[in-house]
Write a protein that binds this ligand. Structure first.
Ligand SMILES: Cc1cc2nc3c(=O)[nH]c(=O)nc-3n(C[C@H](O)[C@H](O)[C@H](O)COP(=O)(O)OP(=O)(O)OC[C@H]3O[C@@H](n4cnc5c(N)ncnc54)[C@H](O)[C@@H]3O)c2cc1C
Length: 371
């Protein structure tokens, strides 16, 4: 007889680890499954750091959710005695009419967030590592900062296990089907039954549910040694920075936490799959990022220290999907990436726990309905 649980969670990365944690803390019998041993470098959550920011240019509806995430990250830090979030401040840079600057300002004003508008000259004076062009402006937000994703996932999983969750690593879910008393999940190791299912498989969702119109996008992360003064990139001096330039190109970077200055483009990568993704980095990709560095952060254009390849799972409009599976109403699917969801993980984990427990989530989820 298959073992019975209240909820099975498929995928224990950013979202699944958080959902398992919330459910276990509520006394639910949870089974979490992952095809690898999280945290790992084969999905969407690796690469040392993730940006958290509050003046959300993508849509003001994300602001209450990120505010909830801040509280939950801090609570998780207290529960686990780990530093997960460092507030470095953040600047969103582009021409004043760019989606990035206009959108960040709209969210900041609507939600009365602490922020400042800066000219290019003011940015150069305040943050010498950053060299915006004269026609650029910036939204500065003091609460933006950095999350350490491996530590975040480890902390959620540790809390889930502490509260009784069964976590099975190196076990791949193959499919699920309705059963007489709930849902049956078939894996590479066996079968399990549960009343409800959460699918948080990241880029693996396109194998489990190939009919969904999701696109898996390859993204390269780069770490450089500073060519100039190292102190310019210290976390106390250099905020996280996100740039929109040449129309709709996006580029972002972090302070140096010891492993070099991390920078990357946001979008613009090749479409791929979780298993077929090219992990080598081509010379033209290195040259492309160096061009952006020379233009906007020239002091970071030193020796290449490391690269890593990561995956975005994009919805057509880049807003998350958090919704029930129409074919299996006992299952909730979260495709929360499009390159910007890590910061929300504990809030999304809480929403997923609410949905499978038929509780009303604390947020308006209309933006996240499957479309
Ligand atoms: C390069 C890059 C930079 C980013 N920068 C930011 C940022 O600065 N700020 C931000 O907020 N967000 C950022 N994001 C987005 C954020 O990292 C993702 O939204 C988030 O990590 C996605 O989490 P997830 O749980 O959906 O996927 P993952 O964390 O990848 O978890 C999915 C898990 O499912 C498992 N799995 C897959 N298939 C199966 C199966 N069949 N059976 C069992 N297990 C399975 C995988 O092994 C994996 O562990 C970035 C993403 C990338 C790639």
């Amino acid at each position: 007889m298959p073992v019975a649980y209240d909820v099975i969670v498929i995928g224990l990365g950013a979202m699944g680890s958080a959902a398992a944690c919330h459910l276990a803390q509520r006394g639910t019998r949870v089974l979490g499954l992952d095809r690898f041993t999280p945290p790992h470098a084969f999905g969407s959550s690796h690469g040392e750091t993730r940006i958290i920011r509050e003046a959300y240019f993508e849509h003001p509806m994300y602001v209450p959710m990120v505010q909830r995430a801040y509280l939950l990250w801090r609570a998780l830090e207290e529960q686990t005695g780990t530093t997960l979030l460092r507030e470095t401040g953040g600047v969103m840079l582009g021409t004043p009419d760019s989606d990035l600057v206009k959108g960040a300002l709209l969210s900041a004003e609507l939600h009365q967030l602490p922020h400042e508008m800066l000219t290019a000259i003011q940015v150069r004076e305040r943050f010498p590592a950053l060299r915006p062009e004269p026609d650029m402006a910036a939204v500065w937000e003091p609460r933006a900062g950095v999350l350490f994703p491996d530590l975040c996932i480890t902390a959620h999983l540790a809390q889930a296990r502490k509260h009784g969750a069964d976590l099975h690593y190196q076990e791949c879910a193959l499919r699920w089907e309705n059963s007489s008393d709930g849902i049956r999940v078939v894996t590479t190791n066996g079968e399990y039954c549960a009343a409800k299912l959460i699918v948080t498989a990241g880029a693996g969702i396109s194998v489990l549910l190939p009919e969904l119109p999701l696109r898996i996008e390859r993204q390269v992360l780069f770490w450089f040694d500073p060519a100039g003064s190292v102190s310019m990139f210290a976390p106390d001096c250099c905020p996280v920075h996100l740039w929109q330039f040449d129309g709709r190109r996006f580029f972002y970077g972090f302070p140096n936490f010891g492993g070099g200055v991390k920078v990357a483009f946001h979008h613009g990568g090749a479409m791929t799959t979780a298993d077929a993704v090219q992990r080598d980095v081509e010379d033209f990709e290195l040259e492309d990022i160096r061009c952006a560095l020379r233009r906007f952060v020239p002091a970071a254009d030193g020796d290449l220290r490391a690269t890593s390849v990561c995956l975005y799972t994009n919805t057509p409009d880049e807003h998350f999907w958090i919704d029930r599976d129409p074919a299996h109403p006992l299952a909730v699917i979260a495709s929360a990436c499009s390159g910007h969801a890590f910061k929300f993980s504990p809030a999304i984990g809480e929403i997923l726990a609410d949905l499978v427990q038929d509780r009303r989530p604390r947020f308006d989820l209309s933006l996240f309905a499957r479309r």
